[in-house]
Design a protein around this ligand. Structure first.
Ligand code: LCS
Length: 397
């Protein structure tokens, strides 16, 4: 695609595409192959030495995955992207590429449960020091910086309480201290349609593509996006040698298909979440709603500044605590009790016992994740139907 000034929806459909000169296929074919033949041994040697382009072996690259990587790099405004077989694969491939024994990472305490586990008792087993600080306050990040700090890791909006960090402010304090430190942002909840962390000073964006990017609840995948030099390290060391987190060509194809509708899907998710958040905020049986689009949300102003809209995720506490929250979920008929998010179906879950069960009770409290919190990934159904389902479920408690 020649014109870089085109809109997001156009980019999602056209960026990175390569013309199939053999058969003229409109959609990118699935190159379902583990390996690629060489014309002769010399050619194989040159490819391994990086002296000649072309594919070798799918763990090192695959045409279907390459088109997807170029597209996601374009959507995030990054030089390059690496696609991986899960969001956790992406996060660990990135962290293994920046950290080694003796290095220090700063992370927010509010993260997806397995990311928190990786940082709190995964990397620390191998001599990496991790400090958990409140990244919604750039001064706290500044205080925690050390000579051996290699990365600052955050999610915004964060899973599951939609906590917001000011990406420009955090990047500024970190890079003023040491421009080599990588500021890493998990952009899963926002998607590149709503937020572009790289444009705000962040060095590396990671994604669970399992969620909105694919959008159809049928793929596990992840991405890292950033400067080409760093992404090359993630590919040649993080993935190739450390995690082996390689996407299958079929999964890459499904994400390419999902991305074609990312813009219109996210618009609908945002519209539905806004209506549901307003309904919940006005409901006397609800104690508190966590949605960055509400003025009552502590991160509202920052979210307004750095996001195009407020996303499709929200959480809430039901009056009566955990028991009432569970009863509500169990009474829903249209909405489904399931983890994951960003799918066409509205999903509800209980973070303390599900996605965030990797936290101790004390850690949950510190991270601002109440025991009674219910998380909702608003789907693409009609908002009135989701609200009617909530209404009948509230009548049961
Ligand atoms: N980052 C965020 C913000 C996530 O929410 C998840 C998964 C991951 C990374 C990991 O991605 P995966 O390896 O699963 O592709 N979040 C989930 C959740 O909230 N429910 O189920 C999975």
């Amino acid at each position: 695609m020649e014109n870089k000034q085109v809109g997001f929806g156009t980019k999602a459909i056209h960026a990175g595409n390569v013309k199939d000169s053999v058969y003229g296929a409109l959609s990118m074919p699935i190159y379902q192959t583990s390996t690629f033949f060489f014309e002769n041994c010399e050619q194989g040697g040159k490819r391994f030495a990086g002296e000649e382009g072309g594919y070798i072996y799918t763990r090192l690259g695959n045409p279907t995955a390459s088109v997807l990587e170029d597209k996601v790099a374009a959507l995030e405004g990054g030089e390059a992207a690496a696609v991986m077989s899960s969001g956790m694969g992406a996060i660990s491939s990135v962290l293994w590429s920046v950290a080694s024994a003796g290095s220090h990472i700063i992370a927010d305490g509010t993260l997806y449960g397995c990311t928190f586990a990786l940082l709190s008792h995964g990397l620390t087993r191998y001599g990496v020091e991790v400090s958990f600080v409140d990244t919604s306050d750039p001064a706290k990040v500044k205080e925690a910086l050390q000579e051996n700090t290699v990365a600052v890791y955050l999610e915004t909006p964060a899973n599951p309480n939609l906590k917001i960090a000011d990406l420009a402010a955090v990047s500024e304090v970190v890079h003023a201290y040491n421009p080599e430190i990588k500021v890493i942002c998990d952009n899963t909840f926002a998607t590149p349609y709503l937020q572009n962390p790289l444009a705000l000073g962040v060095d590396v964006v990671v994604h669970s593509a399992t969620k909105y990017l694919n959008g159809h609840g049928d793929v596990i995948a992840g991405f890292a996006v950033g400067k080409k030099e760093f992404i090359d390290t993630v590919k040649k060391f993080g993935i190739k040698d450390m995690t082996g987190s390689v996407i299958g060509p079929f999964e890459a194809f499904l994400i390419l298909r999902g991305l074609k509708t990312l813009e219109i899907r996210v618009q609908r998710h945002c519209e539905n979440a806004r209506k549901i958040a307003a309904y919940l905020a006005a409901n006397p049986k609800v104690e508190k709603v966590y949605y960055p689009g509400l003025e009552s949300h502590p991160g509202h102003e920052v979210a307004k500044k750095q996001m195009r809209d407020f996303g499709g995720m929200l959480s809430f506490e039901v009056a009566g605590g955990k028991e009432a929250g569970m009863k509500l979920c169990n009474s829903l008929k249209l909405c489904t009790i399931a983890v994951s998010l960003g799918d066409a179906e509205t999903l509800v879950e209980h973070p303390a016992s599900m996605t965030h069960s990797t936290y101790t009770a004390e850690e949950l409290k510190e991270a601002g994740i109440p025991d009674g919190l219910v998380r909702m990934s608003t789907g693409l159904e009609n908002a009135e139907d989701i609200i009617a389902d909530l209404e009948q479920a509230f009548e049961q408690i």
